[in-house]
Write a protein that binds this ligand. Structure first.
Ligand code: ADE
Ligand code: ZN
Length: 322
């Protein structure tokens, strides 16, 4: 059974994390950068655990050095993603990997990404929106230039602000300054939480950062009162089951809490996070949800409707891609 052809919306990807190993190897060869140790003998990315994954991810990012690299990356990612029926995609983009938080450099990188996104929209029928992201383990001060880049470039492409990276560094409230700056600029807000942290991390993220979506959020399933609160507030979870399985945030597909969250009335969506790192695609995610929980076309239609309703885009875009 394959669900490749179903039109899909995915809200949670990281642009650099979507880079195929062959793409990064090509850039490394062009620039004579030796990052051979981040690859496994089968050619894929090699990492032992989440912290090592972040190191490998950042090593791969050292090959992405100028706007043209990001233009090519954006196009390559959209070609692959569109081939799985994805018609609407949101991706985290980080000023830290695009000029180190310098606003003028960031504008150049962004122009290149947006250029590729518009070309892909015309040629492939896939719409891309960008969510500027701070990197949590770089610390609260480093997230401020990222938030400023976000606030200054809010527009038809950059529509949101979020935070990724090592979740156990600091508490959500330490990053409130950046989220407040983004909110005041009119950006929509999401934040990774509850991938590694417990329900308290999810609750603090909602309370202290005022987000309308949570990246992952799976530990909320351990707290019935929190699930009820999330359902009541209609906060949407960007669940990435294949990522959680490979990074061992859960024991396996059978024990993944996505069905429990959905049954508790929580609005769940499904995304791939960093697909080549986790050997996944949106088609593979749907196939595994079908195999594990018996979810079928009607369930996937509901997931996509939830994702589109929660998408960080305007109603005109929503209506066009629906
Ligand atoms: N950056 C890329 N993938 C991530 C993940 N799964 N969690 C936190 N930060 C990330
Ligand atoms: Zn993520």
């Amino acid at each position: 059974m394959t669900f490749r052809a179903i039109p899909k919306a995915e809200l949670h990807t990281h642009l650099e994390g979507c880079a195929p190993p062959s793409f990064i190897k090509g850039l490394a060869a062009e620039k004579k950068i030796d990052i051979s140790k981040i690859f496994a003998p089968d050619g894929g990315y090699a990492f032992r655990d989440f912290d090592h994954f972040l190191q490998v991810y950042e090593a791969a990012c050292t090959t992405l050095q100028n706007p043209e690299d990001f233009r090519r990356l954006t196009m390559a990612v959209l070609e692959e993603t569109a081939s799985h029926g994805v018609v609407y995609m949101e991706t985290f983009v980080s000023p830290d990997f695009c000029g180190g938080g310098d606003l003028s450099a960031w504008r150049d990188y962004l122009a290149a990404m947006e250029d590729a996104a518009l070309e892909a929209e015309e040629k492939l029928g896939i719409t891309l929106k960008g969510i500027v992201t701070g990197i949590r383990h770089f610390g609260p001060d480093a997230s401020k230039p990222a938030a400023r880049c976000a606030a200054e470039t809010k527009g038809s492409f950059i529509t949101g602000y979020g935070m990724a990276g090592g979740e156990m560094v600091g508490r959500p409230g330490d990053y409130a300054y950046s989220f407040d700056m983004a909110r005041e600029a009119g950006l929509r807000l999401t934040c990774h939480a509850g991938e590694w942290g417990g329900p308290d991390m999810v609750a603090d993220t909602i309370r202290d950062l005022g987000v309308e979506r949570i990246g992952h959020g799976i530990s909320a399933a351990d707290d019935p009162a929190l699930m009820a609160e999330i359902a009541e507030k209609e906060i949407v979870l960007e669940v990435c089951p294949g990522s959680n399985v490979v990074l061992k945030a859960v024991g396996g597909w059978a024990s993944h809490p996505i069905a429990k969250l959905r049954d508790a009335g929580v609005k769940v969506t499904v995304s791939t996070d960093d697909p080549p790192f986790f050997h996944t695609t949106m088609t593979a995610e749907y196939d595994m949800l079908h195999k594990t929980f018996g979810w079928d076309v009607d369930d996937f239609t509901a997931l996509n409707n939830t994702a589109l309703a929660a998408a960080f885009c305007d109603d005109k875009t929503r209506a066009r891609v629906a």
